[in-house]
Design a binder for this molecule. Sequence first.
Ligand SMILES: [Cu+2]
Length: 137
Amino acid sequence: MPLPRRRARAALAAIAVLALTAGCGTDDSGTAAPASTTSAAAGVPTSRQATEPSTITVRVDDMAFSPAELRVRVGDTVTWEFADSAAHSVQGIGDRAMGINSPILNKGSWSYTFIAPGNYRYLCSLHPEMRGAVVVE
Ligand SMILES: [Cu+2]
């Protein structure tokens, strides 16, 4: 009589193993969720392309910089176009803006690329009342 009971237990154990294997199958479908997260991360380079560096022009005319203030992003270039009858320059104020230092011009243009975020102020070395600012984000 003990032998049939053992066989019955063995059969029950086999059923239990099958049930556990089926349970593992549901776990496998659960691992599909991180795969969709990976495809979402692949979209990151696309959003970076949307913020490619650009060039912003500031006119130097009529004894003024216009626009006198502007906001740019890191990597953007600002080009000052000199179009006044008088000669002017673009000279940064303070250590942070030390690289902003154009020659004195009354024609043509001068460009500067902003590589660090911050608040940059500048003036014309010949007419210190002519002032401008660039906020780099
Ligand atoms: Cu000037």
